[in-house]
Design a protein around this ligand. Structure first.
Ligand code: 5GP
Length: 128
């Protein structure tokens, strides 16, 4: 297994404070901020602070503390922006695009949290 992390990616720059972001939440292990091109009324990105390329890399190499911290942050974001059912929201979707066929554009692991309205199908229906 090999993973090449490029620390010039845009989310690494956001983590270093070189590029601004509209922050939702920051913890020891994660940073959450609004997506610059929202695809839903609420569209937040959650990224781990460690240098992980994608879901595969994060799942393989991040410590259990980092992974647990990331999961906790993700759930907290959805509550803080009001879309979690536990705080009266209507629910949401979590997406992690990974690699070229997953259409990942930024090579720092991230999950999208999208909600605020009834979302369309997750994937287009396949023919046949
Ligand atoms: P991906 O396709 O890699 O899963 O998603 C990358 C996401 O990052 C896209 O939804 C895109 O709009 C968002 N994005 C790209 N550059 C920036 C940026 O500089 N700031 C913020 N907040 N989001 C960005």
């Amino acid at each position: 297994m090999s993973y090449a992390y490029d620390d010039q990616n845009i989310f690494a720059k956001i983590l270093r404070g070189e590029i601004p972001c509209n922050k939702v939440l920051e913890t020891e292990h994660a940073l959450a901020f609004h997506d610059i091109q929202p695809q839903a009324p609420v569209h937040v990105l959650v990224i781990p602070k460690g240098p992980y390329v994608n879901a595969d890399h994060f799942g393989e190499a991040a410590s259990e503390v980092e992974q647990a911290g990331f999961c906790r942050a993700l759930a907290k974001v959805a509550r803080e922006v009001g879309i979690a059912e536990s705080v009266g929201g209507g629910g949401y979707r979590v997406i992690a695009n990974s690699g070229p066929e997953g259409r990942q554009e930024v090579a720092h692991y991230h999950v999208h949290i999208a909600g605020g309205e009834k979302l369309g199908r997750m994937l287009p229906k396949r023919e046949g």
